[in-house]
Design a protein around this ligand. Structure first.
Ligand code: GLA
Length: 390
C-alpha cells in the first residue's frame, strides 16, 4: 500500500530502524441520530475509508516516541511509559498517553516503549472524528503489539474515557463505536442505552454519499456541546418529577407531547424535543434503509437537519447554507449536518450522475454566501480500526 510504504520510509528516517507493524483507524460519518448518544437514544453511523495510519516498532527503552506527518514541525514527542499525566507540551501525543493510562488501569501494563509514526487524511477539525480515530488507532496498536486480551468494546470504552476524562470533552460513545466497530458498506444502528447494535447494509443503488466540509473548524471543548448536554439533563430532571424514566431516549413523541408542560422553559422544551424526535427518526430511518425506501430515508435526513437547526440550534450559517443548497439540487435524496455541528461537515445522498453538477452548484453558492470555498469528498464506507497485514 502506497500510503504505508511512504510512512515506512519516513519511520526509518525519523527513528533509524524498520517498523514492524502497520495499522489503520477510520473516521466516521453519522447518517442520522445526532446528539442522541448522551440521551440514551439510537445513532446510525458508519466508518469511512479516510482515517489515520500508523507504523510502529518497539524501541527497547522506557520511552514512547511519536511523530506525526501532519505536524512535522513539532518533531518527535516523547514521554516515559510510566508518565500518566496530561501535559500540554505533549500536544496530540496526549491521546496516546490517555489510552496507555487507561489500559494500565485495566491491568494491561506496558514494559517497553514503542516508536510510532502516524499520518491522517481526515481533514483537521472537520467533525469526522479524527480524535476517536487516533484513540482507536493507538488502542489497536497496543492491543496487537503487546498481545493484550481485549474485547473491541473495551477499546471503544477506553477511547471514550480518554476523550471524557483525559481530554475533558464530554462526548458520547458514537464516534469511538463507529471507528472501532465499522464494517465496509455497513452502517451501525446502535442503541446507546444498552450498547446493543445491528449492522445494516448501506445499499444506495445509483447514489453516493457526498461529504460537504464547511471548513469552519469545530472545537468541541470550546463549543456549546457541553451546554446542550446539560440542557438535556435539566429537561430530563424536570420530566422525571412525573415520569419514571432514566433518559430522554425512553420517550416516544406522544408521551413527550403529553408531558411537555413539565418542562419550565421554551429552550429546554426545544432541546428535549430534538432528542426525542431525532431518536424516533433514527429508528424509522434504519427501517427505511433496510427496506430499500431511499426516498423516505432522505426525507428523514432533511427533518433531522431542520430539528438540529431550529430546536437544537447547533447548525449555524455555514452548515445551513451547504445543506439548504444541497436540498435544491436535482438528484438529492436528503442532506443534513453530521457530527456535533457548529461547523464541521454535512452529508448528502446524491445521484451518481449528478455528482459533478452538485459539487459545482453547491460549491458556488457556498462561496458566494460565506466568502470562502467548501470542500467535497465522496464517502466510502469502510472497516473499523485494524492492523494492516499484506
Ligand atoms: C460528537 C460527539 C458524539 C455525538 C455527536 C453528536 O461527534 O463526539 O458523541 O454526541 O457529537 O451526535
Amino acid at each position: 500500500m502506497e500510503q504505508v510504504d511512504k510512512l515506512k520510509k519516513s519511520f526509518k528516517k525519523n527513528f533509524g530502524m524498520e517498523p514492524t507493524h502497520s495499522f489503520f483507524a477510520p473516521g466516521r460519518i453519522n447518517l442520522i441520530g445526532e446528539h442522541t448518544d448522551y440521551n440514551g437514544g439510537f445513532v446510525f453511523p458508519c466508518a469511512i475509508t479516510i482515517g489515520t495510519y500508523a507504523v510502529a516498532a518497539k524501541n527497547g527503552s522506557k520511552e514512547m516516541r511519536l511523530f506525526s506527518e501532519n505536524f512535522p514541525e513539532i518533531g518527535i514527542l516523547s514521554f516515559d511509559i510510566e508518565d500518566d499525566l496530561y501535559r500540554k507540551e505533549h500536544g496530540w501525543a496526549n491521546y496516546a498517553k490517555g489510552v496507555l493510562k487507561y489500559l494500565k488501569e485495566a491491568g494491561h501494563d506496558l514494559h517497553e516503549g514503542i516508536d510510532i509514526l502516524i499520518e491522517g487524511n481526515i481533514p483537521n477539525g472537520s467533525g469526522l472524528s479524527s480524535s476517536a480515530s487516533l484513540e482507536l488507532l493507538i488502542g489497536v496498536l497496543l492491543e496487537k503489539m503487546e498481545n493484550l486480551q481485549l474485547e473491541r468494546l473495551d477499546l471503544i470504552q477506553i477511547g471514550k474515557k480518554v476523550e471524557n476524562e483525559f481530554m475533558g470533552v464530554n462526548s458520547g460513545i458514537m464516534d469511538q463505536f463507529a471507528v472501532g466497530m465499522g464494517e465496509k458498506d455497513t452502517a451501525l444502528l446502535l442503541d446507546t442505552n444498552t450498547l446493543q447494535y445491528e449492522k445494516i447494509p448501506v445499499e444506495l443503488d445509483d447514489h453516493v454519499i457526498i461529504i460537504m466540509n464547511t471548513k469552519k473548524r469545530r472545537e468541541l471543548v470550546d463549543s456549546k456541546y457541553n451546554e446542550r448536554r446539560s440542557e438535556c439533563e435539566a429537561a430530563l430532571a424536570e420530566l422525571q418529577s412525573k415520569l419514571n424514566i432514566q433518559s430522554l431516549g425512553e420517550l416516544d413523541e406522544k408521551t413527550f407531547d403529553e408531558n411537555i408542560n413539565m418542562i419550565s422553559t421554551e429552550t429546554l422544551m426545544k432541546r428535549a424535543r430534538h432528542a426525542v424526535t431525532e431518536n424516533q427518526r433514527t429508528i424509522t430511518a434504519a427501517e427505511k434503509l433496510k427496506s430499500g425506501d431511499l426516498n423516505a430515508f432522505g426525507k428523514l435526513m432533511n427533518q433531522s437537519h431542520i430539528s438540529l437547526r431550529d430546536d437544537y440550534e447547533v447548525t449555524g450559517i455555514e452548515l445551513d447554507t451547504l445543506v439548504e443548497a444541497a436540498w435544491d439540487q436535482p438528484g438529492v435524496l436528503g442532506a443534513r449536518m453530521t457530527g456535533a455541528g457548529f461547523g464541521g461537515c454535512a452529508i448528502a445522498i446524491v445521484k451518481k450522475d449528478e455528482t459533478n453538477t452538485f459539487i459545482s452548484q453547491v460549491g458556488d453558492r457556498y462561496e458566494k454566501e460565506i466568502g470562502y470555498p467548501a470542500e467535497f469528498y465522496i464517502a466510502e464506507i469502510g472497516d473499523g480500526a485494524k492492523e494492516l497485514t499484506e
